[in-house]
Design a protein around this ligand. Structure first.
Ligand SMILES: *Cc1c(COP(=O)(O)O)cnc(C)c1O
Length: 391
C-alpha cells in the first residue's frame, strides 16, 4: 500500500462494484429478456417484497425513479394546486421540484448546521407563523435524510402529528440508514408516512438506469400509490383518478435484486472509509476541515450513517475543489445553490438571506470520494493533497 502510486481518484468507480457481480447481473437481465415480460412481472414483485423486508415495512411500490417516487407520494396524498408542502431549503432539486410540478407551493425550512437536515425548531417556527387558513393547506412535509444520515425524525414526526400532517421521507440517499424511534431501531421508509428511494446508479443501491421505490405501512396509501402508478385505472380503461406511468422497469428490478444482499456490506465499507478520512484529517492537524458528524453513532445502530456522500465543510471551498481537480481528485459540491436562491423559485418571494444555515452550507460543503472500493492509499493521497492546499 505505502508505495502504491496514485494518479487519480474518481468520485465513484462503478466498474469496481460491477466486476464482482457482473455474471449474476447479466444472468438476471438475460432472464428478463428471455421471459418477454417487459412490463411489471415477477422480478418487480420479488424486488418489492425484498425492499419491504429490508426496510421493515408492509408495502413497497416500484417506480420509475426517485423523483417519480416523490411525485407519486404527493399524488397519493391528493396534493392539489394551491396546497402547501413543507420541505428543507437544502437538497437535490427533485425534493422541491415535485411540489411545484403539482402547482403546489413549496414552503422552505432552514437546516441544522451539524447534520444538514431539516431543523425541527425551524419547522415549528414556520408552522407557528402560518395563519390557520394557511395551515389547513399544508398537505405534507418532505423530510430529506441528506447524504445518508437520518433527520431528527422523533422531533419532526411529533410536530407533524400535532398538526396532523403526513411526513414523506426523501430517502433517496439513505436506503437502510437506521434511527432510534423511541426504543425501537428502524430503517428509513419506516419512520414517516411514506418513504421514497432512488436507485440512480450513484446511490448506495444503484440500478443500470433509472428506478425508484415508495414504501409505506399504510394500506390505503399503498392502494393509491399502485393505482396512480398506472394512470389511475382500477380496471382497464376505467380511470377513477388521474395518475401517470410511473412503473419500474423489470430489468432494473432484476439488477437491484442481485445487488440488495450486498448493500449492508457496502454501507459498512463507506463507514470505514469515512472513519479513515476523519482520522487522517486529525493526524495531519487539518482542523480547518469539518468532517461529517455521525450523530447517531453511539446508539448501537449499524447503519447510523450510510455515507452516500462524505461531506466536509472547507474554508476557500471553491479554490480547494479546483486544486483537487488539478491533482486528479474528483470532489463535488452538493449543492451549490440553496432552493430559495434558485431562479425557478424566485416567485415564492423569499428574501435572499431567509435561510442562513442552508446558505452557509451551500458555500462550504464539498463531497470527497467515499465509494466502498476506495483504497486506503487513495484516501491518503486525497488528504495529502488537501494538506498541501492549506500549507
Ligand atoms: C437522487 C435524489 C433524488 C432523485 O432521484 P432520481 O432517481 O435521480 O430521480 C431525490 N432526492 C434526493 C435527495 C436525491 O439525492
Amino acid at each position: 500500500m505505502e508505495n502504491q502510486k496514485i494518479d487519480s481518484v474518481p468520485l465513484l468507480d462503478l466498474k469496481a462494484q460491477l466486476s464482482d457481480l457482473r455474471d449474476e447481473i447479466v444472468q438476471a437481465v438475460t432472464e428478463v429478456v428471455d421471459s418477454t415480460q417487459y412490463i411489471m412481472g415477477p422480478k418487480v414483485l420479488s424486488l418489492e417484497k425484498a425492499i419491504a423486508d429490508y426496510s421493515g415495512v408492509t408495502h413497497a411500490i416500484g417506480v420509475s425513479s426517485g423523483t417519480d417516487a416523490l411525485l407519486l407520494s404527493l399524488m397519493a396524498l391528493d396534493v392539489q394546486p394551491g396546497d402547501c408542502v413543507i420541505t428543507t431549503d437544502f437538497s437535490f432539486f427533485a425534493t422541491a421540484g415535485v411540489i411545484a410540478r403539482l402547482n403546489a407551493r413549496p414552503v422552505f425550512v432552514d437546516i441544522d448546521p451539524v447534520t444538514f437536515n431539516l431543523d425541527p425548531e425551524q419547522l415549528e417556527k414556520v408552522l407557528n407563523t402560518m395563519s390557520s387558513e394557511e395551515k389547513k393547506r399544508v398537505k405534507a412535509i418532505i423530510v430529506v435524510h441528506l447524504y445518508g444520515q437520518c433527520a431528527d425524525m422523533s422531533s419532526i414526526v411529533s410536530i407533524a402529528e400535532r398538526y396532523q400532517i403526513p411526513v414523506i421521507e426523501d430517502a433517496a440517499q439513505a436506503i437502510g440508514a437506521e434511527y432510534m424511534m423511541g426504543a425501537e431501531k428502524k430503517r428509513t421508509g419506516n419512520l414517516g408516512t411514506m418513504g421514497c428511494f432512488s436507485f440512480f446508479p450513484s446511490k448506495n443501491l444503484g440500478g443500470i438506469g433509472d428506478a425508484g421505490m415508495v414504501v409505506t405501512n399504510d394500506a390505503q396509501l399503498a392502494d393509491q400509490l399502485r393505482l396512480k402508478r398506472v394512470h389511475g385505472a382500477k380496471s382497464e380503461y376505467c380511470h377513477e383518478v388521474i395518475g401517470g406511468n410511473f412503473r419500474i422497469d423489470p430489468i432494473q428490478a432484476a439488477v437491484l435484486e442481485v445487488k440488495l444482499p450486498h448493500l449492508d456490506s457496502w454501507h459498512h465499507g463507506r463507514q470505514q472509509n469515512a472513519e479513515l478520512y476523519t482520522a487522517l484529517f486529525e493526524q495531519k492537524g487539518l482542523s480547518q476541515i469539518i468532517p461529517p458528524q455521525p450523530v447517531y453513532q453511539d446508539q448501537g445502530l449499524s447503519n447510523y450513517h450510510i455515507y452516500n456522500q462524505y461531506m466536509i465543510r472547507a474554508p476557500r471551498r471553491d479554490e480547494l475543489q479546483k486544486f483537487l481537480t488539478q491533482n486528479q481528485v474528483a470532489a463535488r459540491v452538493y449543492y451549490p445553490i440553496a432552493f430559495h436562491r434558485l431562479e425557478c423559485f424566485q416567485s415564492l418571494g423569499y428574501a435572499a438571506d431567509a435561510f442562513p444555515e442552508s446558505e452557509k452550507a451551500s458555500n462550504e460543503v464539498l463531497a470527497l470520494p467515499i465509494y466502498p472500493e476506495l483504497t486506503d492509499a487513495m484516501q491518503e493521497y486525497v488528504v495529502e493533497k488537501i494538506a498541501e492546499f492549506y500549507q
